[in-house]
Design a protein around this ligand. Structure first.
Ligand code: APR
Length: 327
């Protein structure tokens, strides 16, 4: 008999709720939704309410999954995977980096609890600014790097492919593409490695149109923040669940994730000889990040990658300024 996976979601807001729903719909495991009590309305129990609402989709959607809501970290004990979406999202005019002061403290607190209550879990961080928050998670938990990763590339590459498919008038299913780097406006989409079922994108679209899709992907998150007044949640959750599925089903999918790099993609050379977390192609399976696929970029790509790494480095610098113990 196979035990169902236990997947905890810390932060039961927009992304957390949608993650819980997708986990149940795909029957990836049982879900624990954890959040904090509302300061204004302490009589409410939002995660319990959301869990109950989601559980009642079961008979309609035909899924078997236990979904529970809690304020108590004890309930995440034995989790195989923990998804961290706790923190504030962006408002119009804010960059992801503007969230560091508030979210670093939140993620630090979440990490201490994961370390205590789910010491064997694989942790997927979604809170922004992503690359720095993964670093905080890794530092505080002390977990081996292959069990701490960040969701960014799965989303960013999905946006990139969506915009290309819109431009080409073809199915998103037939677009292959890769995007590396940090989860900021200097992320690195790679048109050289983008194709429609193997047909190079350069043979299908003029350079200016490809560049427009690249540029739109880079600021795709901001475009949605401007429209909605808060940040996106459907595609961020879809990206996260793609990673969870690869892990829980041991699929060995190759997905760009924020993973701990040293010599890969010349990370150390751009970061004073130190490793850091940045978006790179990873083989995801039951052990978490089972392998980072390192390949040689051309000079222009590496230049963009270096700029992105240097941005992540600055972001970690501002995080450490706030919390010197994380150095
Ligand atoms: N512990 C647990 N949960 C917390 C904590 C904490 N210390 N602090 C805040 N939260 C919860 C909030 O109560 C809220 O329910 O995190 C949830 C965040 O949900 P939303 O505000 O809806 O934000 P969401 O859109 O889901 O984004 C969450 O992911 O992509 C990033 O930039 C985004 O940092 C943001 C995060």
């Amino acid at each position: 008999m196979m035990r169902r996976a236990k997947i905890s979601v810390i932060g039961a807001g927009n992304i957390g709720g949608e993650c819980a729903r997708s986990i149940a719909m795909k029957e990836l495991g049982d879900v624990v939704l954890l959040d904090i009590p509302s300061k204004d309305k302490p009589e409410l129990h939002m995660p319990k309410g959301k869990a109950l609402d989601l559980a009642c989709c079961g008979p309609v959607e035909n899924f078997d999954a236990r979904i529970t809501g809690t304020f108590d970290y004890k309930d995440i004990e034995g989790s195989d995977v923990v998804i961290v979406t706790a923190g504030v999202p962006r408002k119009p005019g804010q960059s992801r980096d503007d969230l560091v002061a508030i979210n670093a403290g939140i993620v630090k607190n979440v990490a201490q609890n994961i370390k205590q209550y789910a010491p064997n879990a694989i942790v997927i961080v979604v809170s922004n600014p992503l690359d720095a928050m993964v670093y905080v998670m890794w530092k505080v938990t002390g977990f081996p790097a292959h069990r701490v990763l960040g969701q960014a590339g799965a989303l960013d590459v999905a946006r990139y492919k969506t915009f290309l498919a819109m431009e080409l008038g073809c199915s998103v299913e037939d677009i292959q593409g890769l995007l590396l780097g940090g989860h900021g406006d200097d992320m690195v989409p790679l048109p050289r490695l983008t194709s429609v079922n193997g047909i190079p994108i350069q043979d299908l679209l003029p350079e200016a149109k490809i560049q427009a899709c690249v540029d739109r992907a880079k600021v795709g998150g901001g475009e949605i923040v401007k429209l909605m007044g808060t940040s996106a949640w459907y595609a961020p959750s879809a990206g996260t669940i793609e990673m969870v599925e690869a892990i829980v089903r041991d699929k060995k999918r190759v997905i760009p994730c924020a993973a701990y790099c040293e010599d890969e993609f010349a990370v150390k050379a751009s970061n004073d000889g130190k490793g850091l977390f940045v978006g790179v192609p990873c083989v995801l399976g039951a052990k978490g990040v089972e392998k980072i696929i390192n390949f040689k970029m051309n000079d222009t790509e590496q230049k963009f990658m270096n700029e992105s790494i240097s941005h992540v480095k600055d972001l970690i610098g501002s995080t450490v300024k706030l919390f010197p113990e994380l150095a």
